[in-house]
Structure formats: C-alpha cells, structure tokens
Design a protein around this ligand. Sequence first.
Ligand code: 5GP
Length: 323
Amino acid sequence: VIFLQSLPKAELHAHLNGSIPIKTILELAQKYSPSSPQTTEVADIIEKLKSGVILNDIFDFFSLIYTLTSTPDAVVTTTRAVLQLFLNPPCTYLELRTTPRATTHMTRERYLAVVLDEAEMYPATQAALIVSIDRRMSDSDLEECISLAIKMKDRGRRVVGIDVCGDPRSGDMQSFTQHLSRAKGAGLGLTVHIVESTNNTTKDSLALLSCRPDRLGHATFLSDELKTFTESEEAKPCIEICLSSNLLCKTVASLDAHHIRYYLKNDHPIAICTYDALPFRTSCLGEYSLLLAQPPLGLGLSRDDVARIARMGMDAAFLRPRD
Ligand code: 5GP
C-alpha cells in the first residue's frame, strides 16, 4: 500500500454522480422530501447500495441518483465529497467528469458553475473538469453543452475536455461529430466511451474515432478494424482502463482475459481509472492494487510495470499536471 500511495497517480475517468460516497447519499436522502412520489425508489436504492448489490442496469441507477442531486445545494455537497474522496489523497491529479444537467432548480450553466466553484478550491495542478455529453442528447442539447464548455474554458475556468458517455444502446454518433470537432477545434481534449459493450455498433465507433479522440473509455470490444484505426494514429489514444467495472458488469470474464494485457503487450498508452466508485465499490488505490495482486485476484504485475502505468496516466491528462 505504501508503494502505491507514494506513486504520482492521475484519476482520469471518474463520473461525478457515480462516485458519491454512500455516507453522502445517506445525508442527501435524509434531506429528501418525503412527499415525493420517488421516495420508495430512493429507499430501495439505498438498501441495495448498503447490501452491496450491483444493479443490473447502471443507467436506471443514475436516474435514481439524480432525484437526490437535483438542487444546487446537493450538487455542492456531492462535488465536495467526491473531490475529497479522490484528492485527500490518494490521487495526485483528478479530471472529474460530469454531464451538465438542467433541473427545475437550476440551468445547465448553473450546474457547471457550481461544480467548477468546488473544483477550483483545489490548485489547477490537482483538479480539473471534463464536460460529459450524453448519447441521448438532442442536437440543441449538444450545442448548448459544447458552447458552455468552450465558454467556461475561454473564461479561464477549469474545463479541460469533453466526454461522450451514456447508454451505448442510444444515440447516433454520426450526428455528434460536428459538435465534437468544434470542441476539439476550441482546444478541448476529447475522450469517448467506446465499445464498452457489445451494444456499440462499428458505424458509431468509426464516427467517434473520426474525431480523433485523445483518449478512449474502455475500448473493451475493439475489433481488428477499429484497432487498425487507433493504432495507426501518430499519437495513439490512451485507453482508460476500468478493471472493477468491467468485471462487475461482466464485460470481461476475468482479469486474465482483460484487454489491458493486449494494450500492455503492444506498448499502447493506458490509464488506470476508477469510473463509478459508488456502484462498483472501488477506489483509485483499489484499482492499482488489482495490478499488483497475484492472479487470480490481480494481474501480478511488477512494481516497475505499475510505476510505468501510473506515469502513462499522468502523461495522458488533458491538463498536464506539473509534478
Ligand atoms: P454524471 O455525468 O451525471 O456526473 O454521472 C453519471 C453519468 O455518467 C450517467 O448518467 C452516464 O451518462 C455516465 N456513465 C456513468 N457510468 C457509465 C457507464 O458505465 N457507461 C457509460 N457509457 N456512461 C456512464
């Protein structure tokens, strides 16, 4: 543990609403209005989280979490708790990502400003924000979110990139490309969830790759055709690896069969990421421990390999932290 703690580590793939500590969820639930029709569902999800049940459909899980985080106050509470979770220590640098969400209590711009106010309590070498866009978003939603990200960046606020996330069964990625190119053109980094499940189509993946993302989330089911595309790039996109999430969502059968082995063998840049600490009950140190632990519990890598992987993560940050 001391070795892992001492390594400079970047957390590059953590979803804000997927990383809320259970203690904070309970606090928010206590403040939640009992007259709401969703109270039973909220109680249900808390029971499931407490008993360690991993939900079958992660996207249903998020719609429930959103009922608890729909006010500016709740967003302050959650962002503060998540930043503390990652930065006090174990991570050296965090690129937290979140989807600007308009609710009856706030606009998307307010949501983003509230999250940024919290992130900016930390030095720029420690915390930055990636604006997520959801695959279900309409053209006007996309336009608004990308414009907001560019506006915040141009005003010197801590927005460093754009992420494409959300249910892989939804959306037509062809219609996203013009928005993603605009974000890249404005100097924002680009990361996209890609072939995380067998629901992603090659057409969609090729559309996303045509925007030349700097990093790829998961890339679990990269076909030979897609591999040719990513490996021919001069600057190969870094693969954000989320070991616990892949095991718990059963997108990989075992750590031994995990695609991390392919990327390590091919000297392809990777970053070890936590993803959704709440449902997957993991942490930055927990993910690194899986690298060191002996099989079948871990990958059994050497300390030198683990240190090299940690460096690759730091190098893949959109805002290169100075260490
Ligand atoms: P938020 O962006 O609201 O802070 O974090 C939750 C959102 O992150 C979800 O609504 C979803 O769009 C995205 N997300 C979290 N986990 C996953 C995942 O496993 N796959 C994908 N594609 N998106 C996810």
